[in-house]
Design a binder for this molecule. Structure first.
Ligand SMILES: Nc1ncnc2c1ncn2[C@@H]1O[C@H](COP(=O)(O)OP(=O)(O)OP(=O)(O)O)[C@@H](O)[C@H]1O
Ligand SMILES: [Mg+2]
Length: 450
C-alpha cells in the first residue's frame, strides 16, 4: 500500500527537506525548493532480517551483450548493451538522440530480437516517418504513452529484449501530483523502470534532457541509479556528433564514438583521426595533438589565436579544452618557456567539436599557442603529446606507444613527446625533457623559443 507524503525538493540538486526553505541546504540556490508529493512503499516483509548468501554461491552467467548494430555506439557501451541494464542517454535538443536510438532499435529487431520504443515526445506517425528516412524499422514495437504505470505494465507483459524510453522527462506517475519532468517524477520513473528492467530482463535506454550547463536534467540521483550514462555532444550546426560514456558499470568510460549527421541518419565515423587530425602545412597557430580517449588514440587539430589586448585581465577562451588547464598552460609558457602572453587574449579551439579531458593534449595546446604568438608554423607532419608540469618539465603521457602507432598510421613524420617508449624510425620520435625544448623542436625556424 503506497502512502503519500509531502516533501520539498530542490529542483536543482534534488535535496529534500520536510519544510519549505528559501535557500537549499544542498546546493545553496535560492527559491528552488518546490513541494512534491512522495509515495512511499511499505512492504509487508520490510524490517525482517534476511540471511546473506556467500558471493561464491551466487550463480551468474556472463550474459551475452546485445549488439546495437551501430559499431560506434557498441564501442561506447563497452561492447554492446548488457541485458537487463539501464542506460541513460543525455544530450541537447536536436543533437540526434532519437535518431541514433531508432537506428539502433531497427538494427536490433533485424537481428531477431524484440525491440520496443516508448515515445512520449513524438506521435507514432512521426516516428514512422523518421524510421522510413532511416531505412526502415518495421518490426520495432511502438507505444505512444506517458503514463508510468502503463509503460511498466507493458514492459512486464511484453518483455522485449531492448526498450527505449524517449524521454524519461515525459513520463508521469499520477499518484505524485507534480508535473512531468519535475525532480520527483523523473526520480520515480527511473526507479520504477530500474526495477522492471532488472526483474523482466529488459535492457532499457532512457533518453534524458540536459540543462543549460550540460548536465542531465533531474537530480544527479538519476546518474547514480543507472548503469551507464552516455552524453551526446556536438552542436546542431556542425555535422559531427560525439558520444561519450561518463559512467559505465560494464566498461571503460571516456570511450568516444564519432558520428556524422546525414539525411539518412547518423553514420558512425570509423576513423576520426583522419577527419580531425590534419593541419594545413605552414599554417600559423595550428598543431596536431594525439589524445587517448578511452582505449582509442585520436589525432586532433588544435588551433590557437593570440591577439593583443588592452584588457587588464586578458581573456583565455578555450572551446573543447578545460579553462583551468588552459590558464595553467599559458602561465607555464610565460614562466618557463619565455612566451609572454600577459597582454594578449588567447583563444584555443579543438577541431570537430571534440572536448579534450586528458592532460596528454597539453603539449599540442602549448605548441599551437606558441606558434600563434611567435608567428611561426609548427613543422610539417609534426604531432605532439605530453602533460606539462608546473615546473615546465614534460611528463610522459600514458600508453605512448599506442599513440605513436596512431601517428604512424596517419602519416605523421615527427612526434614530439617526453622521453621513453620504444625506439623507432617511422615516425621519428623526438624525446624532450622540457616545454622549452619541445617548442624548439616543434616550431619551424629555430628562433622559436627565443
Ligand atoms: N531530413 C533530414 N536530413 C538531414 N538531417 C536531418 C533530417 N531530419 C532531421 N535531421 C537532423 O536530425 C536532428 C534531430 O534529431 P533528433 O530528433 O534525433 O534529435 P533529438 O536529440 O532526439 O532531439 P529532441 O531532444 O528534441 O528530441 C536535427 O537537428 C537535424 O540535424
Ligand atoms: Mg528526440
Amino acid at each position: 500500500m503506497a502512502k503519500v507524503l509531502v516533501q520539498h525538493v530542490c529542483t536543482e540538486c534534488g535535496t529534500t527537506s520536510p519544510r519549505w526553505l528559501g535557500k537549499c541546504p544542498g546546493c545553496g540556490a535560492f527559491g528552488t525548493l518546490a513541494e512534491e508529493l512522495h509515495a512511499t512503499d511499505s512492504r509487508a516483509d520490510a524490517g525482517r532480517a534476511k540471511k546473506p548468501t556467500p558471493l561464491g554461491e551466487v550463480s551468474a552467467s556472463e550474459g551475452e551483450r546485445i549488439s546495437t548494430g551501430v559499431p560506434e555506439l557498441d564501442r561506447v557501451l563497452g561492447g554492446g548493451l548488457v541485458p537487463a541494464s539501464l542506460v541513460l542517454v543525455g544530450g541537447e535538443p536536436g543533437v540526434g538522440k532519437s535518431t541514433l536510438l531508432l537506428t539502433a532499435l531497427g538494427a536490433i529487431s533485424r537481428a531477431g530480437r524484440r525491440a520496443l520504443l516508448v515515445t512520449g515526445e513524438e506521435s507514432a506517425a512521426q516516428v514512422s516517418l523518421r524510421a522510413a528516412r532511416l531505412g526502415g524499422a518495421g518490426d520495432v514495437g511502438i507505444l505512444a504513452e506517458t503514463e508510468l504505470d502503463t509503460v511498466c505494465a507493458t514492459l512486464e507483459a511484453e518483455r522485449p529484449d531492448v526498450c527505449v524510453i524517449d524521454s524519461v522527462q515525459t513520463l508521469h506517475a499520477s499518484e505524485l501530483g507534480s508535473a512531468p519532468g519535475s525532480v520527483a517524477q523523473v526520480r520515480e520513473a527511473a526507479g520504477r523502470l530500474l526495477r522492471v528492467a532488472k526483474e523482466a530482463g529488459v535492457a532499457t535506454v532512457l533518453v534524458g534532457h540536459v540543462t543549460k550547463d550540460g548536465a542531465v536534467a533531474g537530480p544527479r540521483v538519476l546518474e547514480h541509479l543507472v548503469d551507464c550514462v552516455l552524453q551526446f555532444e556536438g552542436d546542431r550546426h556542425h555535422e559531427h556528433r560525439i558520444l561519450r560514456a561518463t559512467k559505465n558499470r560494464f566498461g571503460s568510460t571516456n570511450e568516444l564514438g564519432v558520428f556524422e549527421m546525414t539525411g539518412a541518419g547518423l553514420v558512425g565515423v570509423a576513423d576520426p583521426s583522419e577527419l580531425f587530425g590534419s593541419t594545413h602545412p605552414g599554417e600559423i597557430g595550428a598543431a596536431v595533438g594525439c589524445v587517448l580517449e578511452g582505449t582509442r588514440p585520436l589525432l586532433l587539430e588544435i588551433q590557437a589565436l593570440v591577439s593583443p589586448t588592452d584588457l587588464a585581465m586578458p581573456r583565455r577562451v578555450g572551446t573543447g579544452v578545460d579553462p583551468k588547464r588552459l590558464a595553467m598552460i599559458v602561465a607555464v609558457l610565460g614562466r618557463h618557456a619565455g612566451v609572454a602572453l600577459g597582454s594578449a587574449d588567447v583563444f584555443v579551439n579543438v577541431a570537430g567539436g571534440v572536448r579534450i579531458e586528458e592532460p596528454g593534449a597539453d603539449l599540442a595546446v602549448a605548441l599551437a599557442i606558441t606558434s600563434a604568438a611567435r608567428g611561426l608554423p609548427v613543422g610539417e607532419g609534426h604531432a605532439a603529446f605530453g602533460e606539462i608540469g608546473l615546473t615546465g618539465r614534460l611528463r610522459p603521457a600514458s600508453q605512448s606507444d599506442r599513440r605513436i602507432e596512431e601517428c604512424a598510421k596517419l602519416g605523421i613524420t615527427t612526434v614530439i613527446a617526453a622521453p621513453g617508449g620504444q625506439a623507432r624510425t617511422t615516425p621519428r620520435v623526438v624525446g624532450v625533457e622540457t616545454l622549452r625544448a619541445a617548442l624548439e623542436a616543434g616550431l619551424e625556424g629555430r628562433a622559436a623559443a627565443a
